[in-house]
Design a protein around this ligand. Structure first.
Ligand SMILES: [Zn+2]
Length: 171
């Protein structure tokens, strides 16, 4: 249990640092102001965080976190990008979890370019081996942009993940 990666809600509760968040995140926050999340716990957490974002709109340092329903669609988009295979090991019939390449605690945001679809084994591995994971692009450093930071796929390709949920060959 000690090595367990924090859940999304735990991250939201913990991530108090807002000063590293990308400027273009404002658009996502505006989008997130749409449908209300269903689960009570999530609603309270997100609502609190959205209020913080609103307060800080003036300097554009806001977090790009989506509400539950938009996040659900985003997760689906990312899973379908890899035809429901783990993007690191390529195995199928595994439970897939969305992994924020730039961690939420490091200014990561909800976007197809920042999410990898990983089996829980590889998800854990990434967080236990950050140096190796960073070299392969499964983790993006806080000072880099996920939209331009290539990721190694299970088939050996190095790809850029687009915000629209597609792969582009990395230069
Ligand atoms: Zn895997």
């Amino acid at each position: 249990m000690t090595s367990r990666y924090p859940t999304r809600d735990e991250w939201l509760a913990m991530a108090g640092e807002e000063d590293e968040l990308p400027p273009d995140a404002l658009r996502l926050v505006e989008k997130a102001a749409g449908p209300e999340p269903r689960q009570k716990r999530q609603r309270l957490t997100r609502r609190t965080r959205m209020r913080q974002h609103r307060r800080e709109e003036s300097n554009l340092n806001v977090g790009g976190l989506l509400g539950s329903s938009d996040y659900g669609l985003l997760k689906q988009l990312v899973r379908e990008r890899a035809s429901h295979l783990c993007e690191k090991c390529g195995r199928e019939n595994r439970r897939l979890t969305p992994h924020h390449r730039k961690l939420l605690s490091q200014g990561g945001y909800d976007g197809a370019d920042n999410l990898a679809s990983l089996c829980s084994q590889d998800h854990d591995w990434c967080h236990e081996h950050p140096v190796e994971a960073m070299a392969a692009g499964w983790i993006v450093p806080s000072y880099e942009n996920p939209a331009t930071y290539p990721m190694l796929l299970f088939d050996g390709r190095r790809v850029i993940l687009t915000p629209g949920g597609e792969y582009e060959q990395a230069a």
